[in-house]
Design a protein around this ligand. Structure first.
Ligand code: ADP
Length: 397
């Protein structure tokens, strides 16, 4: 059964004429219902922002008698409306309740009133009610669809976050396992060497050998101590216990203190140590302890991996300015690092060369320290030729 054209025409005119009255009615019904708490955050205008579009679609609905194109447009409008309410923090149930209030109000003031005033057409009231019902079914369907899509998106993103968190946790577990393995391996080596040495000391009676053995004991105990210090430093760094304390540092004084502290080690390793400071770099602003530790770690590696047997071994420590940053570089003429390992040497417990003892933590600590100073660290290296580590720190002046 369809509308007579005349009824249709008068009804839609009546509906259009009632838009603002229905708007007021809807606002007061929503406010007094007490069931749509999210509406309290919205202004009256926001509550009926979608009315012009809703009425245009509803009228279209009546005129076209629910043709598929009109239904599609209604669902699209409801998708948009659903999105707006979603962004305004509405629960899905609140959107549905609100739509029910709008429908009730249109039924009371738009449709029933019209047929009361035009009782000659009252037989058509059922068609009008059915059209209205089906219009609101489509509206609810569109809004629900939007919420389902948004929930799905949220779920997917929560799922991705979970996967990332999971991966991070397995990385942490893996890194803990590696830590336990490395520490127990290193400690077992040192203890093993100590046990053998001590048993030699206690059984042998040659004084010269005893003194050599005691030296070896001391060396082993020192190595154990170094490993423990490195682990302690690292645990402090990971826990974020030492905050960054920026101060002005006189580069020349700072650099020459470092140079003197390395003098004996450089001599012992037979390395020529050069210090370059760019003339226009007098003062830097940084955390003194952290900067010193970065340089100490890089210089220690440069000595450790200088290639004991190589002639003309040199290490250069340089301070320079680079636009709005300052840089420290440590360059050596040592054994170099294979290209394929350059990406992983900053990982915890990563060791490439076994020429000296170590836990593989030095560069991981260095990188963390550099990051605490908001800087970056890069390395270039060539096997047999040497390596250059460059630390770039933004100038905070
Ligand atoms: P460790 O020295 O305890 O092994 P690091 O984290 O300091 O740990 O260094 C990781 C690895 O990077 C070292 O095992 C070494 O193979 C390589 N490496 C670091 N610095 C240099 C360097 N200056 N020259 C050559 N290899 C280096």
């Amino acid at each position: 059964m369809t509308f007579q054209n005349e009824v249709k025409q008068y009804l839609v005119e009546h509906l259009a004429g009632q838009q603002s009255l229905i708007g007021e009615q809807v606002v007061s019904a929503i406010r007094s219902s007490g069931e749509i708490l999210s509406s309290e955050r919205l202004t009256d205008q926001q509550l009926i922002d979608h009315f012009p579009r809703l009425f245009a679609d509803l009228i279209e609905y009546f005129l076209s008698e629910v043709d598929p194109g009109t239904r599609k447009r209604t669902i699209e409008a409801a998708l948009n409306h659903g999105m707006t309410r979603w962004q305004q923090g509405y629960e899905l149930v609140e959107v549905i309740r609100e739509l029910a209030i709008v429908e009730r109000s249109i039924l009371d003031h738009g449709i029933e009133k019209f047929f009361e005033e035009n009782s000659q057409w009252v037989k058509s009231i059922d068609i009008a009610r059915r059209n209205l019902d089906s219009f609101f079914e489509d509206s609810v369907a569109g809004s629900v669809q939007r919420y389902v899509e948004n929930y799905t998106e949220q779920l997917q993103s929560a799922n991705t976050q979970l996967l990332i968190a999971n991966e991070n946790m397995s990385r942490i577990d893996e890194s803990r396992l590696r830590l336990i393995r490395t520490v127990s391996h290193e400690l077992a080596n040192v203890l093993n060497a100590l046990t053998i040495t001590i048993s030699l000391i206690t059984t042998g009676n040659d004084e010269a050998i005893r003194s050599e053995m005691l030296d070896s004991c001391q060396r082993n105990v020192r190595e154990m101590g170094e490993l423990l210090t490195e682990l302690k430093d690292y645990s402090l760094l990971i826990s974020g216990a030492a905050s960054v304390q920026i101060e002005e540092i006189n580069v020349r004084v700072f650099a020459s203190e470092i140079k003197s502290s390395f003098h004996a080690m450089m001599q012992e390793a037979g390395v020529h140590f050069d210090l370059h400071i760019e003339p226009n770099l007098d003062v830097i602003r940084s955390d003194r302890r952290k900067t010193r530790q970065i340089i100490t770690n890089l210089l220690t590696n440069a000595i450790n991996y200088c290639g004991r047997e190589k002639p003309n071994k040199t290490i250069v420590l340089e301070f320079r300015r680079d636009r709005d940053c300052w840089q420290i570089s440590v360059e050596d003429s040592g054994i170099g690092i294979p290209q394929e390992q350059l990406g992983s040497i900053f990982d915890e417990f990563k060791r490439v060369s076994e020429v000296v003892k170590g836990a593989g933590l030095g560069l991981a600590i260095t990188k963390r320290l550099v990051e605490e100073l908001k800087g970056t660290i890069e390395v270039v290296s060539e096997i047999g030729q040497g390596s250059r580590f460059v630390v770039t720190i933004p100038d905070t002046r």
